[in-house]
Structure formats: C-alpha cells, structure tokens
Write a protein that binds this ligand. Structure first.
Ligand code: GLN
Length: 572
C-alpha cells in the first residue's frame, strides 16, 4: 500500500517547499523506498504551458509532453526518476474534467457540487499518480490560508480517513523571519500557520522551519508548546550554500527515520551519501572557474526572476560544475545590446563559452545571431538550445553559405530563404490560435551520426542506447512515453522538446556542403525528417540541439552536452 506525505507551506511562499519535498524524497529513496512526488498548483491554468516564465519561473517539460510548473524539475533532479505529467494537478484540470464529465451525462442526474466532487477528483488523480510506488509526496502549492487550497486539504483529510492516519503524514514548511530592527527570530507567524492548517482538521506531524539561521532551543520549545508538536519533529532548515546540501542537513536531524517511523515503515537499506557528498563539495569547494555568458532577451526583469526563468540551464551547469569541481559563473547578456551597439559583440570573447537558450518571438534575434557569429569565427565554445540551434543555422546559412535571405519564419514569415520553417500541422495550430499543449512536446528519439562529436559525448556518459529492443523496453517502463519514429542505424538518444519550428530539410545539403554537420535526426513514421543536433567539427565546440537537454540533467548524472561544453570552456 502506498503511503503519503503531504507537504504544505506556511507564512510566505518561495521559501523552498519544493526543494524540501524533493530532498525528503531523496532521503526516503536512500532508505530503499520507491518514491514519487505530486505537485498541486491551485491556479486555474490547465497547465504551465501558457504561463510567462518571468511570472512563474521556467516551464518544465516531462517525457510524456507535459508543460509543468518548475517544481517537478526539482523532484527529477533530486530523485533521478522521470516524472509524468499526471503528477501535476491544477484546479483548471480538476474543474475541466468534472465539467466535461457532467456535460457527457457522467453524473447520471446527480447535483455536481464542490464537495464531494472536487475532492473526489483530486483523490482520484493523486492515487493514480502514486500507483506502483511505496511513498508518494504531495506538495500543495501556495500558502496555507489561501482560498484556492481549501479543496486540496479537504481531499487530503478525506484520503486520511480512507487510508488510516498511519498511512499519511503532514509536514508544514514555515518561515521564521528575523526583523532587522530587533535581530530576533520570531515564531509567531509559524504558530499562526499551524492554527490555519488546523482549520482544515489537519495538525502537522512535522514542522520544517526555514529561516536565515538555525533554530535555537528556545524557539523550538516555543513551537513545541504553542503548536503542540513533539520537539524532535521540529526540524531546523537554515539558509545554506547549495540546495543539494539540504538532504544531508535534514538527515543530520534524523528526518528520514523519523518520517519512516511516523508512517510505520522500517528502513530497507542503509543510506549511502558518499557520492552525493562528494558532488556537494564539488559545488562548495571548486578548484577551477569558468565564465559562461547566456545570451537572451531580458526585458525589465531582475536577476532573481531570470535565474528562475532558466532554472534548468542553471542547474545543468551546476551539475557539471559539481562533477568537475568547477565554479560556473553565469553572466546574463542582453542580446539587444548587440543590436544597439554592434561593436559590443566583441565582449562575447570575454567569456569561456556562450549559451543561446530557448526562446520565442522576434525581439533580440539579430543580437543573438551576431553573438553566435562571433563565437563561431573566434572559436569560442557555443551551445545552442532549441532557438539557439535554429539561430545558429540561420547564422551559418547567411554568413558561410551566402544565403543572405536566410531566416526563421517565426521572425520573418515571408523571408526568401526559410531555413527554419513550420510544418503544415503546426501552421494550422498557430492560425487557429490553439496555443496550449500543441508544440512538439516531450521526449523524442534521435538517431546520431556515428563518429560525430555528439555521438561521442552521449556515448562517454552512457546516455545513448544502441539496441532497438532496449529502447522498446524503455518505452514500456511506467511513466515514460517516447516518440521513437523510425530508428534505422546508429546510437539513439532521447531528449525532451518544446518548440514549433523546424529545420527546413531543403537546405540541409547546401549547409552541410559548407562544413556544418547535422549529427542527429528524428524520422517520423511518415518519413518526415526532423533535425535534432548540429555541430561544426572545425571548432572546439560549436554545437546546437533542437531539444532541451537541460531537462535531463541531475546532480548524479549531468547532461552530456553541458558536460562537453564546460570541458571545452575549460580548455579555452
Ligand atoms: N521559438 C522556437 C520554436 O518554437 C524555439 C522554441 C524554444 O526555444 N523552446 O520553434
């Protein structure tokens, strides 16, 4: 029987409920349990696909093509498992399902009501996502006291009644402020959060206290008495140097065994943190440093939001840094600067490498193309992700192949040489403005060119699959859903996608004749060719991918292209 851990947040949002949940999952996995995690987003959006990244952070993509809140990314990065889109619930999904069912006569004349139909649908989805796992963590987004959370707490309480209290435990993650004028840590907001949670009939079994500093005994005892929580269930989680230290710190407080005990479980194995500790040291005590410029269009947003908009790229670079003992310092470069002041593009040479990340729309595009040109001509390591690959092709077509009218139709619909174009099915979607969930989404298989740089990078990191039977097996594994297409010969790799536009096959021969290699492709069952990777063999590292390999990077298994990129940056 699956056991559940419900994680809710008190006081304020943004205190690290997601990484706390992910860390807890990692700990329980270390004790030998099969763990999964569900994120509840109480907003009305159906999914995160139409949310602006500067509003809500990056849109995370799952193997099965979900466009999800970035917290699912944390779960994958800590748990090293692929998590399905069904592990993300939004109020929009719940209501849509209920209303669709009602319209189809599915309630057989019943009155459809907030209680019980909404909590029932929540429970149905949560238990479905938990199937096949020993422990399922459920993180409830937002902060306790939000109106939009009520149905979810009601559903959890109802699940508790059905399963028995020994099978569900509640963790409240709160924040303890230290007002600067008194320099004293205050427990009152936490006491109030406990009271707010209790209004749902739920008392927390554990409290995780986030704060700038560690909790002292006086404060722990105060929470014990005021909140009626056993002292050893009050866990201190102060700010630290890297989020990857959190599982180690929580274990110092014995969280793993305490939670297992509460769920009437015994450890199945002794945790082994050796490798994790080594990687954390690689982050906190690096021996070398590289500087990476990320060239994007950044409008009116501060550093904090930026880091969140590109969290997976940040994390992928951090993972490589941990493995190599290198501090990767990121500089955000606004590509519009290069449009307004073309001479400034030389600054690209100040970095050990540049990334042109994914993006949408028309602004800052020529600046990005100029940066790619400079990197190519001066052999500065370059990694193009999705839009980054598309623009690298536009750049190469224009400046090396002499196709001066080369462009992507996303920017210039009627351009004379659409080297990046749109397929008929996607054109229709755009015309009809059916934007939600309609891009090329999720994991696609790419067949790599034997002997290419890319094939070597995937081979050296053991990420490629050579055996077709093995791929078919992979495909059947639980939550995964891969679009394999025709596989042919050569090593196969699986990466996640989120885009509409594609390399126009008509230009491939002309571009390849000038030295750029298309080193991986996906072939649809109908024979359509989709280009997935490019490389320029004469450069140290001039590589692009139509995919988002940053979605498949975690601390213990960094993404091959990021690894190769940082290794090249180190050689610069
Ligand atoms: N805008 C491009 C497309 O839709 C690239 C998208 C991306 O970078 N994720 O194809």
């Amino acid at each position: 029987m699956t056991k559940y851990i419900v994680v809710a947040g008190g006081v304020i949002s943004g205190v690290g409920k997601g990484v706390t949940t992910a860390s807890l999952g990692k700990i329980l996995k270390e004790y030998g349990y099969r763990v999964t995690a569900v994120k509840i987003d109480p907003y009305m959006n159906y999914d995160a696909g139409t949310l602006r990244p500067t509003e809500h952070g990056e849109v995370w993509v799952t193997d099965d093509g979900g466009e999800i809140d970035q917290d699912l990314g944390n779960y994958e990065r800590f748990l090293d498992v692929a998590i399905s889109k069904k592990n993300n619930l939004t109020t929009g999904q719940i209501y849509k399902t209920i209303i669709d069912k009602e319209r189809a006569g599915g309630y057989l004349g019943e009155t459809v009501q907030f209680i019980p139909h909404v909590p029932n649908e929540i429970k149905r989805r949560v238990t479905e996502a938990a199937e096949g796992y020993d422990i399922c963590l459920i993180e409830i987004g937002g902060t306790i006291g939000d109106f939009e959370n009520i149905a979810y707490f009601f559903a959890m309480k109802s699940l508790e009644r059905e399963l028995g209290k020994e099978n569900i435990t509640y963790i409240l993650v709160t924040y303890l402020p230290i007002p600067s004028h008194i320099e004293e840590m205050k427990t009152k907001p936490t006491q109030q959060a406990i009271r707010l949670l209790s209004q749902n009939g739920i008392l927390p079994d554990f409290i995780v206290c986030r704060a700038a500093r560690a909790l002292d005994d006086v404060r722990k005892r105060k929470i014990e008495v005021m909140g009626n929580i056993p002292l050893d269930h009050i866990i201190s989680e102060p700010d630290i140097d890297t989020i990857y230290r959190i599982p180690l710190d929580l274990e110092k407080e014995g969280v793993g065994l305490k939670v297992l005990n509460k769920l009437h479980l015994k450890p199945r194995q002794k945790p082994n943190w050796k490798n994790w500790e080594k990687l954390v040291n690689g982050i906190t005590d690096p021996k070398k440093e590289v500087t990476i410029g990320i060239v994007g269009k950044y409008l009116d947003i501060g550093d904090y939001t930026l880091a969140d908009s590109y969290i997976s790229i940040n994390q992928a670079l951090l993972h490589v840094g941990a493995a190599l003992g290198v501090k990767v310092t990121i500089f955000w470069i606004d590509s519009k600067e290069f449009e307004q002041h073309p001479e400034k593009v030389k600054s690209v040479g100040n970095y050990d490498g540049i990334i042109v990340p994914g993006g949408f729309g028309t602004s800052g595009i020529e600046g990005k193309i100029a940066a790619i040109k400079y990197a190519r001509e001066n052999d500065i390591p370059f990694l193009g992700l999705c839009y980054g690959l598309q623009l690298a092709i536009v750049e190469f077509a224009r400046n090396v192949c002499g196709i001066t009218g080369a462009h992507t139709v996303e920017v210039e619909e009627g351009c004379s040489d659409p080297v990046i174009s749109i397929q008929e099915s996607q054109r229709k979607i755009v015309e009809e403005r059916k934007y939600g969930g309609t891009m090329r989404l999720g994991a696609y298989a790419a067949v790599l060119k034997k002997g290419s740089q890319i094939a070597k990078l995937y081979h050296d990191t053991n990420r490629d699959v050579k055996d077709e039977k093995r791929i078919k097996e992979l495909q059947k594994q639980g939550d995964q859903e891969f679009r394999l297409g025709k596989l042919g010969h050569g090593p196969v790799v699986l990466e996640r996608h989120r885009h509409r536009y594609e390399v126009n096959p008509e230009y491939i021969d002309k571009i390849e004749s000038q030295g750029l290699v298309f080193s991986g492709h996906h072939e649809r069952e109908d024979g359509t060719l989709l280009m997935e990777f490019i490389e320029l063999p004469k450069n140290k590292f001039h590589i692009g991918t139509q995919a988002h390999p940053e979605f498949k990077s975690n601390l213990e298994d960094p993404a091959p292209l990021f690894l190769g990129f940082i290794e090249a940056a180190l050689r610069k």
